[in-house]
Design a protein around this ligand. Structure first.
Ligand SMILES: Nc1ncnc2c1ncn2[C@@H]1O[C@H](COP(=O)(O)OP(=O)(O)O)[C@@H](O)[C@H]1O
Ligand SMILES: [Mg+2]
Length: 277
C-alpha cells in the first residue's frame, strides 16, 4: 500500500547501497527498513542539487514530491511513492532530500534475449515501426543508417504523456520510463517539472494534437476542483513545495486539458530532450 510504503521511505532507517554514477545530480541507491519491512529506494539530497538558472525557486526534490502528489490526486499511480526526508543514511547523512521507491525492472539487456521485445521508448530502422508503436523522430544513427525514435502506443504510456503535459515536464527521456517486473510502467525523475512557463520537453509526442481521452479529462476536471479549494490538502502541501504562480499554472494546464484543449503540438525548438534516453 502506498501510504505504508511512504511512511517506510520517510521514517525508516536508510543504508547506502551505492551511488548512481549516471545521474546528473547526487543520487544514491539505498535500502530502507523499519525492522519488519525493507524496500529499496533512491535518495536525492537537496545539498547535492546543481543550481539551475531556469529553475531558481524551491528545490528539485520538492518538485519530485509535488509531481508525485499530482499523480496520486489524479489516481493514476504513474510515479513511484516519493516523499521528503529530514535525514539521509547514517553513514553519509547529507541531510534533507527526496526518497522514492525503487522500481525493479525486467532483466533487460541479455545477450541471449529471444523475445527481442522493444522497450517503451526505442529506436528502430526507418520503415520498420512495429505495430503497437508510434514513430516520433527520424534521425541517422552513428553509422549513417536512417532510424526512427519510437514509443509504445499503450493507454498507460498515453496517460503518462498527459501527466507530463499537466506537470509541464521539461525532461521526459526514454530512460525516465521504467517497467517493473509485473510489467507496470512508471515515470521517474520529475525534478524539473511544474514551472509556471511552458517548458514541455518530451519524447512522448506520438499523441500530439490528438484528443485527451475522456477518462483522463474527467480526472483532470476533478483535479481542477481540488486546486480551486484553498484548504484542500493537496493545495496546502503543494504550497510548501512550489510557488503560488506555479500552482496557478498547474491549474490552468489541467483545466485546458480537461476542457479538451487537446494534446499540445511540439514547439518549434527544444521539443525533445537531448540525449533522448
Ligand atoms: N525510482 C527509481 N527506480 C529505479 N531506478 C531509478 C529510480 N530513480 C532513479 N533510478 C535510476 O537512477 C538513474 C538516475 O536517476 P534520475 O532520477 O534520472 O536522476 P537525475 O535527477 O540525477 O537525472 C535513473 O536513470 C535510473 O536508472
Ligand atoms: Mg535523469
Amino acid at each position: 500500500m502506498s501510504g505504508d510504503c511512504l511512511d517506510l521511505l520517510v521514517n525508516g532507517r536508510l543504508t547506502v547501497l551505492g551511488r548512481i554514477a549516471s545521474a546528473s545530480n547526487l543520487t544514491v541507491a539505498c535500502e530502507v527498513t523499519d525492522g519488519e519491512r525493507t524496500e529499496q529506494c533512491v535518495y536525492k539530497p537537496i545539498r547535492g542539487e546543481e543550481p539551475l538558472w531556469d529553475f531558481p525557486d524551491g528545490t528539485l526534490a520538492g518538485r519530485e514530491v509535488a509531481s508525485y502528489l499530482v499523480s496520486e490526486e489524479l489516481g493514476w499511480g504513474l510515479i513511484p511513492e516519493t516523499g521528503l526526508r529530514a535525514t539521509g543514511p547514517d553513514d553519509i547523512d547529507l541531510g534533507p532530500g527526496m526518497v522514492q521507491r525503487w522500481i525493479h525492472q525486467r532483466e533487460d539487456g541479455r545477450s541471449d534475449r529471444e523475445d527481442q521485445e522493444l522497450d517503451p521508448v526505442d529506436v528502430v530502422p526507418e520503415g520498420a515501426v512495429p505495430a503497437g508503436y508510434r514513430g516520433v523522430l527520424h534521425a541517422y544513427d552513428p553509422r549513417g543508417d536512417a532510424v526512427v525514435l519510437v514509443h509504445a502506443d499503450t493507454d498507460r504510456l498515453r496517460r503518462l504523456a498527459v501527466l507530463d503535459v499537466v506537470l509541464n515536464n521539461a525532461d521526459r527521456k526514454g530512460g525516465h520510463i521504467l517497467v517493473d517486473t509485473d510489467g507496470r510502467l512508471f515515470g521517474i525523475d520529475h525534478g524539473i517539472c511544474l514551472h509556471a512557463d511552458d517548458k514541455l520537453r518530451t519524447i512522448l509526442w506520438g499523441w500530439a494534437g490528438g484528443e485527451v481521452p475522456a477518462a483522463e479529462a474527467a480526472d483532470l476536471a476533478r483535479l481542477v476542483t481540488v486546486l480551486d479549494d484553498e484548504n484542500a490538502a493537496l493545495r496546502v502541501r503543494l504550497s510548501s513545495l512550489i510557488t503560488t504562480s506555479e500552482i496557478d499554472a498547474l491549474r490552468r494546464r489541467a483545466a485546458r486539458l480537461a476542457d479538451d484543449g487537446g494534446m499540445p503540438l511540439p514547439p518549434e525548438a527544444r521539443a525533445i530532450p537531448w540525449p533522448p534516453f
